[in-house]
Design a protein around this ligand. Structure first.
Ligand SMILES: N[C@@H](CCC(=O)N[C@@H](CS)C(=O)NCC(=O)O)C(=O)O
Length: 275
């Protein structure tokens, strides 16, 4: 495979708080999270491991290298990949998150699951995770990969992205707590957290920034967003799995300039469904 920005320009390791966490989970363990410090999909799985105090080993890899050993674990060649003792590995971040949530039911410091007990409420969580997967996450990449050469405008990318955020925010519980479900922290919050944490990259790289109004405009939606955003970015599992901000600025330059050959970026460029 020819050298690309993804294999030659990407800092290789966790830094900051994520480096401390990775070091604490470097010892051999049958449950292994193969991850990349910059990857938002990995951060979801890493958050669940941390939230539920699950014992695991963190293994840093560059998924763009497609080492045969890695492809043997996950033929899709993507992180997160989870090695499970005595079983074939699992992949796909939300599948991994649901597996960890169900396989380790009693380890949560909050005493419970990251999904509601009520079957309808669980389905509703999955519905809004689906909205995050199909609308918000693709909208994030369409926005950050915007360049003046694109056939769509940055204003269109921004309006589209913010529209999908607003749709989710209107579904958030409005009483008793900051989370999607109100008091209970859940996989819906985890599903979106990594991209919320990466919004500053759009502010850094794109003219006009993310464009969330400071106060006043559509205040009932954006006040609820700010409550959620402040809570999620303060959450220990988000902070502990986060490297230094300046490293993300380096890592996402290839998205902002639309030069990355990542599968996500290629799909975004072609207007296809994300991998
Ligand atoms: N749908 C997958 C997406 C995972 C994904 O795209 N991971 C990226 C890193 S952020 C990756 O492994 N990229 C390797 C590549 O694009 O070749 C999931 O939810 O786990």
């Amino acid at each position: 495979m020819p050298a690309s920005v993804d294999t030659t320009q990407l800092p290789a390791h966790t830094t900051g708080k994520a480096a401390v966490l990775a070091k604490g989970h470097a010892a051999e363990h049958p449950l292994k999270l193969y991850g990349s410090w910059f990857c938002p999909f990995v951060q979801r799985a890493w958050m669940v491991l941390h939230e539920k105090r699950i014992p695991y080993q963190y293994v840093e890899i560059n998924p763009y290298n497609k080492d045969p050993d890695f492809l043997a674990l996950n033929p899709r060649g993507l992180v997160p990949t989870l090695a499970v003792e005595g079983e074939k590995p699992l992949y796909e971040s939300m599948v991994v998150c649901e597996y960890l949530n169900e396989a380790y039911p009693n380890e949560n410091a909050n005493g419970g699951s990251l999904f509601p007990i009520d079957v309808y409420q669980r389905a509703r969580c999955r519905l809004w995770i689906d909205h995050i997967e199909k609308k918000i996450v693709p909208g994030f990449y369409r926005f950050i990969q915007h360049t003046p050469e694109k056939e769509y405008s940055i204003e269109d990318a921004r309006a589209n992205f913010l529209g999908h955020i607003k749709t989710l925010v209107r579904e958030m519980e409005s009483n008793n707590g900051p989370w999607f479900l109100g008091q209970s922290f859940s996989l819906v919050d985890i599903a979106l957290a990594p991209w919320a944490k990466r919004l500053f990259l759009i502010d850094h790289y794109k003219p006009g920034g993310v464009g969330i109004p400071a106060a006043g405009d559509e205040e009932e939606v954006w006040a609820r967003w700010r409550t959620w955003f402040d809570a999620i970015t303060s959450r220990s599992s988000v902070q502990s799995t986060w490297s230094d901000d300046d490293q993300y600025i380096k890592a996402y330059k290839r998205y902002a300039e639309d030069t990355t050959q990542s599968e996500v970026a290629k799909a975004t460029r072609k207007g296809e469904k994300l991998p």
